[in-house]
Design a protein around this ligand. Sequence first.
Ligand code: G4P
Length: 529
Amino acid sequence: MSNIQEEINKRRTFAIISHPDAGKTTLTEKLLLFGGAIQTAGAVKSNKIKKSATSDFMEIEKQRGISVATSVMGFNYEGLKINLLDTPGHKDFAEDTFRTLTAVDSVVLIIDCVNGVEEQTEKLMNVCRMRKTPVIVFINKLDREGQDPFTLLDEIEEKLQIKVRPLSWPINIGDRFKGVYNLYDSSLNLFQVNKTNIEDEVIAINDLTDPSLDEFVGEDDANQLREDVELIEGVYEKFSVEDYLAGDLAPVFFGSALNNFGVQELLNSFIRIAPSPRPTHTDTREIIPTEKKLSGFVFKIHANLDPKHRDRIAFFKICSGTFERNKFYYHVRNEKKLRFSNPTSFMAQDKNIIDEAFPGDVIGLYDTGSFKIGDTLTEGEEMIFKGIPSFSPEIFRELINKDPMKSKQLEKGIQQLTDEGVAQMFIQQPGNRKIIGVVGELQFEVIQYRLKHEYGASCNFQHKNFHKACWLTGDKAKIEEFVRRKSSYVAIDKDGNYVFMAESAFLLRQAQFDYPEIEFHTTSEFKVG
Ligand code: G4P
């Protein structure tokens, strides 16, 4: 058996996050090329759901197929095993992305130098900040006329509330883009359009006063670079790996993913500083990856694309110990022992059955309905991993059964879809009314389509005028009183917790004012916190 410490040291599990169109698919593909996981550009299908998908369900199905294949892309690089977890770009599926972020040890955040920090970037960064995830920033598309790099850095610090430290610096931009100077290694990387080789060819320039710099980039740009670097050294503190690992400081790189430019520099820095699997928190204690006994959690569930087979793939992140095929593990929520005869690993687009896997790895477990998002497996210990929060949905509708003969199918279907995390369900009395909450409209269409095609059930959705779902904590007697008084605005979530369905921000503030003993939370994180 392999040495667990060595295996842990080798692993780097991360995700690339960005606002749609910043270049996530392009960068992913270039990283896989470096890792030798794919041979040609264009091999990674975009996991993007195009805007037109709202009315094109075949497209959604196709995308679901692609997203299984690209959910986890493992590759080897410089003796390390790198696990890149994919996240859907479409904002309507943001919750899926938030959950994936609970399974990574670090992230690479892409910013388009033309558009700067965009809405989705801010939301994703909020989750990283909450979890103190180390972030490396890659500013992309330097071959286009973008914003001034100092302005971009200020915008990142301000909007994303994280300190930054450039480790490379661009020489001009757009048509006049000449390359980047690496401040960490003191080397120059000259830009070539449509570079076909994927490796950077760097020139060592240890001293910026070296006149050869003028020869390479021209006198004006060389002088500008000297000035910029002086300013950077004066304004930004020295880069500290500890601050990066603590999630307090983000190193910044510049490049152009489309042109293979700066990608190798990014990857080389990534393997130098990105963390190997880190300790994880459960409701009872901290789990150290080197612990002998297996523990981990399910952060994503994917339904089988073939409606005749109800089995699903649960994506299981290993937090400690060694996972072994055919060994019995304890499913904490169900209080049951389970074993898995064909767990799969994901190396790029190949799925292989594995005999063992280690902390940092994500494996696929075939499941016939026993898993929900957030479920924990152990070797018998009663604990649950923290940090798989539900966020308050933003759009709510009541699920209406259109075919009373199929109510059982509808019941089962919506239960399974909500276990998969497609949407959240809140039950309201009287009448066990099912309120479905989602982040984006597209999810309602996916639910309706999948209930019909996978469960044979027909449904409609009735608009509900809720603003937020708030989980309640605090004084028990006061909560009971609140629930009694506001019964038409209280529902029960999937774990049996009370949730206040606030109709407006004003009514939420009013409730907070009337019940100071109660805390109103817009994420369910507190439950396990
Ligand atoms: P996403 O996954 O983050 O949504 O972005 P994706 O990689 O699909 O990139 C979005 C668009 O930006 C693509 O163009 C892509 O070619 C382009 N792009 C990515 N990196 C760079 C870069 O460094 N420079 C420039 N100029 N463009 C870049 P598209 O026209 O939308 O798609 P496609 O037809 O080229 O695939």
